[in-house]
Design a protein around this ligand. Sequence first.
Ligand code: GDP
Length: 299
Amino acid sequence: DKLKAGLDKTRKSFTEKIEQLVVGYATIDDEFLDDVEAVLLSADVGVHTTAKLMAEIKSGIKSKEIQAPEQLKPFLQTKISAILAEGATPDRLFAAQPPTVIMVVGINGVGKTTTIGKLGNYYREQGLKVMLAAGDTFRAAAIDQLEIWGQRTGAEVISQFEGSDPAAVAFDAVQSAKAQKADILIIDTAGRLHTKANLMEELKKIKRVISREIPDAPHETLLVLDATTGQNAINQARLFGEAAPVSGIVLTKLDGTAKGGVIVGLKAELHVPVKWIGVGEGINDLRPFVPEEFSRALF
Ligand code: GDP
């Protein structure tokens, strides 16, 4: 299936390297452990998570859970599945009373607009009434792109003009969503990182405006990250986390990257659940993240 095919390169850079390693060693020695560490580091799981996994491997050796190199792969699979499953939450958060407001943040180019379109489509297919808000008013193209997704998915798009106040767009959108009894309102936001302080202020302001209208909203703040950027995705997550509490991560472009291991590092280091994964450019290429399914496809 598409997930398994999408993870081909990650599997090659990770699981297959572990398998090759195992064949090359008859017994577990320091050299073997060094090689295991190198594979983990090259698989983008991150320095901290690699250290954590190495410590677990060493204690697995001590406790005789791992007695021979070939026992390493199943051991790692168990540990990685556990990391991914830890704190796994459902893929959606519905408000007690509609609309459920989902704010989507992330830097330009990560696949934010595409994700919003796909997400809108996902909920529309469930028979829900979806509205999109063009909160990235900095780029005219972002507004146009969202309009196109609106047409494609049958979701109404609330927009103003380029350069208008994103918080005003959000305000409008919340009002319309309430008046028209939308089930889901998905709000796009700007993603230009070169003005970090401004961007973070803007996001906070949008949040304030939303929660003034609906006290427990936004019910979800999704951070979109590009898997192909590897460790950089983890740094971006830290940065955004400082500005706005992120409730879930969308990891895009997992198809065709060798850096899918970053999902393990994200989970282990940030404790923010990955909720959705992007496995292609098509409208149906956004999937709820199911840890067991992912680790099965990876191993
Ligand atoms: P934005 O600037 O963050 O809004 O990014 P866009 O939504 O415009 O996406 C940037 C590019 O990434 C577009 O060409 C998308 O088709 C592509 N893209 C988005 N998500 C995925 C994905 O999961 N897989 C692949 N292969 N491409 C994606």
